[in-house]
Design a protein around this ligand. Structure first.
Ligand code: PMP
Length: 457
């Protein structure tokens, strides 16, 4: 971990302990609910919910827009937004109305029969992300998984290439990192079905030479990437990198999948619109359902044609793609309302404007306290990190991680009504986030920094 010399670790531990105590004292109902949750694996509904800076998780009571209320009656300005799944804000009105109409008024959430909403959603996804033929999933993981299978089938090549320390969901092939001794399982890879180097290749983000070398092996079907890494903090593409990836993949006749699940923060047409990208396959999940599970992958018309003309590939039953509840009527209704009425051009202008204020404010705080830390931004998404220069790739980003500092700031802010994403220091704006909430974060973050440094804000 990057050790910033100005940080007194003993003081940090003391302050964190003080904040822990305050959290425990002020959250008795969350604590009781957690202590009673003995039938849950890890005492949480899904094991990732064990990840938080507190002794026990905050229990959700309700949420609207950018504001969460917990079981103890505290309210929070929510900058985590369900790690992007609630980027449209919690329970946005238009999505609630569409879900009510579909599920309650008309009835029929999941019938294995199409509704007209899915064509509307697919056309809108084409307008935003260019790919011409869309298919739906419930999670971005599944959308990636199915697109990977189709890419292997079309190209007849076995391997998939990923960036080191990428995240694309629990996709077996993706859990690979580059190490000084060569490619290896991502640390902690649980029950890997086969050695990941049999299925995958890896190159560092922003490293075209490494990519060229890997693609020269001639066995890669598909490159799967985020146009900016977002799951190990934000790592932005250097000038020319994304163009270089497209050139190299074309040169080696390798397909390129852009996973827009998080980078949609860049604007209404995501990073594809922002950086003017031309991928072969696009994946988007989480936010498009406005809180109802929905995800999608899109391909070029020729790609869809190539698959549809293959009699040896079973895409209509048990051949390895698709799922019973994927493309269900409720998800389609929710996605239509969310894309048409919530995640609009105007909403993005508001969100990105606030993220600009957030990032500028944090930069000013670092400068005033003489801290060699940095802030990255991708549209509506910001991230501060405890390293001097923003990392260039996933390995540098992973090395810059500082759990003690993360825990302190997360706790300090949670105790004062501000939530950051538990996985890192990401703050995302939604259409209902207010300038006052951004200012509130800056005030408390400034105070947290000042206390840590033993100065006064
Ligand atoms: N792709 C990206 C870029 C992601 O960030 C994530 C989740 N963080 C996923 C895919 C997987 O999404 P899900 O967990 O909903 O399947």
């Amino acid at each position: 971990a990057a050790v910033v010399p100005t940080i007194d670790r003993a003081r940090l531990a003391e302050l964190t302990a003080r904040e822990q105590e305050r959290f425990v004292e002020t959250h008795p109902r969350s604590r009781a609910a957690y202590e009673e949750a003995t039938h849950l694996f890890g005492k949480v509904p899904m094991t990732w919910m064990m990840k938080h800076a507190m002794r026990f998780p905050i229990y959700l009571a309700g949420a609207r827009g950018a504001t969460i209320t917990d079981l103890d009656g505290h309210t929070y300005a929510d900058f985590a937004l369900g790690d992007t799944a609630a980027m449209a804000g919690h329970s946005p009105g238009a999505t609630v109305a569409a879900v009510q109409a579909r599920f309650a008024d008309l009835g029929g959430a999941t019938a294995m029969l199409p509704t007209e909403d899915s064509q509307w959603v697919a056309a809108e996804l084409t307008r935003r992300f260019r790919a011409e033929r869309w298919s739906f999933a419930l999670t971005a993981t599944d959308a990636n998984r199915w697109a990977i299978r189709l890419a292997r089938a079309v190209t007849g090549r076995p391997k998939i290439l990923f960036n080191s320390y990428c995240y694309h969901g629990t996709v077996d092939e993706s859990l690979i990192v580059a190490t000084p001794d060569g490619p290896a399982d991502r640390p902690g890879n649980v029950g890997a079905p086969v050695d990941v180097t049999q299925t995958s290749r890896v190159a560092e983000f922003n490293d075209l030479d490494a990519l060229a070398k890997e693609l020269a092996n001639g066995d890669v079907a598909l490159v799967v990437m985020e146009p900016a890494l977002t799951n190990i903090g934000i790592v932005l593409p250097e000038p020319g990198y994304l163009e270089g990836v497209r050139e190299l993949t074309r040169q080696h006749e390798v397909l390129l999948l852009i996973d827009e699940t998080h980078t949609i923060s860049a604007g209404p047409a995501g990073a594809i619109g922002f950086y003017d990208l031309d991928p072969d396959i696009v994946v988007i999940g989480k936010s498009i359902g406005g809180g109802i599970p929905a995800a999608a992958y899109g391909v070029r018309a020729e790609f869809a044609g190539a698959i549809l003309s293959r009699t040896d590939l079973d895409i209509i039953d048990m051949g390895g793609v698709g799922g019973t509840m994927a493309g269900n009527a409720l998800s389609a209704a929710a996605a239509r309302a969310t894309l048409e009425r919530v995640l609009t051009d105007e909403a993005f202008a508001h969100m990105i404007g606030l993220a600009d204020v957030f990032a500028a404010g944090v930069r000013e705080i670092f400068a005033r306290h003489d801290l060699p830390w940095s802030v990255s931004q991708l549209g509506a998404r910001t991230e501060y990190r405890f390293s001097t220069t923003p990392p260039r790739n996933g390995t540098e980003a992973a090395a810059a991680h500082d759990q003690e500092l993360d825990d302190y700031f997360h706790l300090y802010l949670a105790n004062r009504g501000i939530l950051l994403t538990p996985f890192h220091n990401m703050a995302l704006m939604c259409p209902q986030t207010t300038r006052a909430q951004v200012e509130e974060h800056l005030t408390h973050f400034d105070a947290a920094v000042a206390e840590l440094l033993g100065s006064r804000p």
